[in-house]
Design a binder for this molecule. Sequence first.
Ligand code: UDP
Length: 141
Amino acid sequence: MAIEQTFSIIKPDAVARNLIGTINARLEAAGFQIVAMKLIQMSRSDAENFYGEHQGKPFFGPLVEYMTSGPIVVQVLQAENAVLKYREILGATNPENAAAGTIRHDLAESMSRNSAHGSDSLSSAAREIGCFFEQSEIFSK
Ligand code: UDP
């Protein structure tokens, strides 16, 4: 299997509840190498651009409000099959549907405040990484 990079966000609800270390420990235990990471606060235009595919949906406005409401951790994760592997340990969007043992099942507060983001494809990962990181900020061999 190919070594891939995927993009991750530890969302405002998880940062506010001091879960950065808990989530990073899960990522490392699952075999991900954290090759880039920073604590930032998204601007409104960052969030509208990042979630552009959801523009026009009823949850878009609240999603932008929530994602800009406090600090988040943005990360690049590297592993074999990283995109699918992260979606598996992340769990379904709605924590009520997420499998036991996944990040969202165990930590998320609700469908909207669902603790973490992971890219859904390699092409999304490349786009999303580019929204927040320069190549020089990514420490992969
Ligand atoms: N979201 C929401 N209500 C919905 C669908 C999505 O609040 O009905 C939020 C939720 O935080 C989700 C994000 O919008 O993580 C992006 O939605 P997407 O369908 O891309 O889910 P994901 O890829 O994050 O599982």
